[in-house]
Design a protein around this ligand. Structure first.
Ligand code: ZN
Length: 160
């Protein structure tokens, strides 16, 4: 069957950035998701639409259909004194912060320059063009129960 809304898709995938560097990949077990439920980024889901078991898809996804553009307002320089109680600030550390709308967000440390700390609240993949190499392992109808739970059951999915 063709991939369409409310299908369970099993796939192996490899994600690389513009320079060909590996970002992420499926492991021994394929990734399972329900098509049409925003489980994947829109640009990838769109390119998998209509494909069948056995297909290989090379999908290039622009930031607009991936994790969005880098928003400069989410990058800030803060004085070290903001991080009271943290023994040592290092690049790559993540903190929970609140934005102007009082929503919780994860920010990570992008740079440490003496007393000045640069934090970044953008998704790590924001602004990146993503290259997916996908192999469709299986396509089947989702069960009513899976649709009501919003996730896949059985082997490779939720066991309950
Ligand atoms: Zn469930």
């Amino acid at each position: 069957m063709n991939i369409k809304e409310k299908c369970v898709v099993s796939m192996h995938y490899k994600l690389t950035d513009e320079t060909g560097q590996l970002i992420d990949a499926s492991e021994d077990q394929p990734l399972l998701y329900i098509h049409g439920t925003n489980s994947l980024i829109p640009g990838l889901e769109k390119q998998l639409d209509g494909k069948v078991k056995g297909d290989q898809i090379i999908a290039k996804v622009a930031p607009e259909e991936g994790y969005g553009p880098v928003m400069p307002q989410l990058i800030q320089n803060l004085p070290l004194s903001t991080f009271q109680g943290v023994e040592k600030i290092e690049v790559g550390m993540e903190f929970e912060a609140s934005n102007d709308n009082n929503e919780k967000m994860i920010v990570r440390v992008d740079a440490v320059d003496g007393e000045e700390i640069t934090i970044n609240g953008n998704h790590p993949l924001a602004g990146k063009t993503l290259n997916f190499d996908v192999n469709i392992v299986d396509v089947r109808e989702a069960s009513e129960e899976e649709l009501s739970h919003g996730h896949v059951h059985g082997a490779g999915g939720h066991q309950h």
